[in-house]
Design a protein around this ligand. Structure first.
Ligand code: ATP
Ligand code: MG
Length: 362
């Protein structure tokens, strides 16, 4: 996979720009707040990641403008030319095209031009709320098999409907409500059992790689552990839903299901969220991203473009070099505000960003 060029109109801080990327390592450099991450974010969006900073779509539209356009050309699976075009608008649905053909949903972009993004916000995977780790797992499922992206959207839709019904029931399951609830429970149980199984299988497949990457980056003898924590016991979700129906009606919400699950992360046997140092947490977050990237390579036979946003700034020199060494081959685009790159980083192309403009050179 390769991103060749990117053109933007009214995206974030940019009015209109066009940039080309090297097939090897491109470094985007410049002072803080000049639009380095914005460039990487646009590439990530074209690759189907949404905003890897977790921003909503309207935040990506240049302030005061009605819409933004991303055009990204590159080489997709089998080295075939691909052109991805996205128009984000404030007051109407986004429009997306792959090779001039309209696609309906953002998830239709997943896998056309695969990218793996590493961002400072990834620290939250380790430190933050369970929802972020669920998103990580579901993004991973979609990345290794794009059709699995439907599991999450189905789950979200079913939960919305079931929760609406629970609110309308006002604590009591009268005849009609009970019948409709049975229908939603059956749907939730089907998608829930499948999603948990897929997440567990993927996590089990990635665990050795997470441990290996963590050890390598941290140059440490502590082991990282990842354990799937489910909100219901080993049985089928249908049984758990039946058992919690009274509670769900009382609280007007769905208290069990894959939307309440989590991944417990440990370093050296201690919970990483509360016990690990910032550098250890950062190393573990990198290991989580690298493991997904490795799974995509192994299962889909493609090499995602690596987008590295500011990843070296908080690693000491040893960890930075270890990270570079452990990165899989392929195209890499990194950003840094630091005037000096680590000695081990030798870019093929340098893009300088400042005052809303970009200039490139070797
Ligand atoms: N929707 C928007 N409209 C206009 N400007 C925006 C929008 N979103 C972000 N910006 C501007 O973009 C700039 C931030 O860009 P970006 O995050 O890419 O900076 P950066 O070069 O990565 O900086 P750092 O080195 O601090 O990470 C800010 O000045 C911000 O005000
Ligand atoms: Mg930045």
């Amino acid at each position: 996979m390769r991103v060749c060029s990117l053109s933007l109109r009214d995206f974030r801080s940019y009015t209109e720009i066009e940039v080309d990327f090297s097939a090897g390592l491109t470094a985007i450099v410049g002072p803080n707040g000049q639009g380095k991450t914005n460039l990487l974010e646009a590439v990530g969006f074209a690759a189907g990641l949404g905003s890897f900073r977790g921003a909503g779509d309207t935040a990506l539209i240049r302030d005061g403008e009605p819409s933004a356009v991303i055009r990204c050309s590159g080489l997709g699976a089998g080295e075939r030319d691909v052109l991805i075009e996205v128009e984000l608008a404030r007051t109407r649905p986004n429009r997306m095209k792959v090779n001039q053909q309209p696609v309906a949903r953002r998830r239709d972009l997943i896998g056309v031009l695969s990218a793996t993004a590493f961002s400072p916000e990834d620290l939250e995977l380790v430190k933050g709320e369970p929802a972020l780790r669920r998103r990580w797992m579901d993004d991973a499922l979609a990345a290794v098999r794009p059709s699995w992206a439907a599991l999450r959207s189905d789950l979200d839709r079913i939960l919305r409907q079931r929760n609406t019904l629970l609110r309308q029931a006002q604590g009591r399951a009268s005849g009609d409500v009970a019948v409709t609830l049975d229908v939603w429970d059956a749907k939730l149980a089907a998608v829930g059992d499948e999603l948990r199984e897929r997440r567990r299988d993927l996590l089990a497949a990635m665990e050795p790689e997470i441990r290996r990457h963590y050890r390598h980056i941290s140059q440490d003898h502590d082991d990282a552990d990842v354990v799937y924590v489910s909100s219901w016991d080993e049985g089928a979700l249908a049984d758990a839903l039946a058992a919690t129906r009274t509670e769900d009606l009382r609280r007007s919400t769905s208290t069990v299901g894959p939307h309440r699950d989590d991944v417990a992360l440990k370093i050296g046997g201690l919970p990483a969220r509360s016990h690990a140092s910032q550098g250890e947490q950062r190393s573990l977050a990198l290991a989580l991203r690298l493991a997904v990237d490795g799974e995509v390579r192994a299962r889909r036979g493609v090499a995602p473009v690596l987008l590295l946003d500011d990843v070296f700034s908080e690693l000491d020199a040893g960890r930075a070099a270890a990270l570079l060494e452990t990165l899989p081959p392929g195209q890499r685009i990194l950003t840094t505000a630091s005037p000096v790159l680590p000695a081990s980083v030798r870019p093929d192309e340098l893009i300088r960003v400042g005052d809303g403009t970009v200039s490139s050179g070797p």
